[in-house]
Design a protein. Structure first.
Length: 173
């Protein structure tokens, strides 16, 4: 996966959100390298989202449970407007649960720790693969909504810009 040290090659994802204003299905096609969605879901969320795949692992300061009680891996998705990464638990029907708006001052969100690496399974370009991204410092912070189990990865600031961003090539930074 691209590194922030290759910022010149990926500067567009730090200078502007590459998905701003496009439909979620088009966004999905870009981050999935031409794939069409196998399914679309109707759920409440603060912004449209497109899935990168399913979470395989997460290296976070502190000890956290990654999978739900049934052993299901959450979706890893990108918010179209924020360009933040969300970890969204699956409902009993296999779709995503509703995603509450991120508001750390509400008391409904708790800080879990800094994310050092994000691992996920995806079928980008029609090829199933295991992807990982070793984040560079300053590391993004993972927050969890205490009732829904939804998590959001909030980027730190790096030289006045985001510490990570997501573009068509994946997670950068």
């Amino acid at each position: 996966m691209p590194k922030r040290s290759e910022r010149d090659d990926y500067s567009e994802v730090f200078d502007r959100n590459p998905f701003e204003g496009i439909e979620a299905e088009e966004m999905y096609g870009e981050i999935q390298w031409g794939n069409d969605p196998k399914a679309t879901y109707d759920f409440d969320a603060p912004e449209p989202m497109a899935a990168l795949g399913d979470v395989a692992g997460l290296d976070v300061d502190g000890d956290i449970e990654l999978f739900d009680d049934d052993g299901q891996s959450p979706f890893i998705a990108v918010g179209r407007d924020s360009n933040n990464i969300y970890l969204v638990p699956k409902s009993e029907g296999g779709g995503p649960v509703d995603v509450p708006k991120f508001n750390p001052r509400s008391g409904s969100w708790r800080k879990l720790g800094r994310v050092r690496q994000t691992d996920y399974y995806s079928g980008k370009g029609g090829e199933d693969a295991y992807y990982y991204h070793a984040h560079q410092g300053p590391f993004p912070t993972l927050w969890e909504h205490t009732k829904s189990g939804c998590r959001v990865m909030v980027p730190a600031k790096y030289k006045g810009k985001r510490s990570y961003a997501v573009g068509k090539d994946g997670i950068v930074g």
